[in-house]
Design a protein around this ligand. Sequence first.
Ligand code: IMP
Ligand code: MG
Length: 174
Amino acid sequence: MEKIRVLIPEEEVDKKIGEIGAQISRDYAGKEVHLICVLKGGVFFTCELAKRITIPVSLDFMSVSSYGDDTKSSGVVRIVKDLDESLKDKELIIVEDIVDSGRTLAYLVEMLKDRGPKSIRICTLLDKPSRRVKAVKVDYTCFCIPDEFVVGYGLDYAQKYRNLPYIGVVEGVE
Ligand code: IMP
Ligand code: MG
């Protein structure tokens, strides 16, 4: 077993998600939002966020995979599971676990734009701005973190630790 050090405790994550949910509810007052959950990492955050949004919410899920190993993304993105519903005239919010190099989101935004949504915004639980390779405009960020490999709240290390209710750092992983 790896050793996990708590970086952001559960209460802090939950409080921040509540704040972001309230902000989205204000920003989109009188409208409806369509949340696009990026699987698998985004699923815990998407559910918690959706519960905190007080305007009408619909949800869809997609799964993308970047060619590369577990801890580094190569920049080539492949759709593993596409969305079920049309995006035509919807107010989209793409919900991600973490923005790292920015490659996944840069690719996704371009692809989803072509499907005719009314608007696209990005909401992420975590951001590692020091690692950015591709510029992406992130509209809602819960936490900016240093360049450390993190797990929990949907994020995995070799498919484990997604279920941790806090954000932790795996000790000894580059
Ligand atoms: P990007 O295309 O480099 O921004 O890749 C983002 C994806 O890499 C995320 O959706 C995660 O799946 C993965 N990732 C990046 N950093 C971490 C981390 O610290 N822990 C777990 N997964 C990470
Ligand atoms: Mg991910």
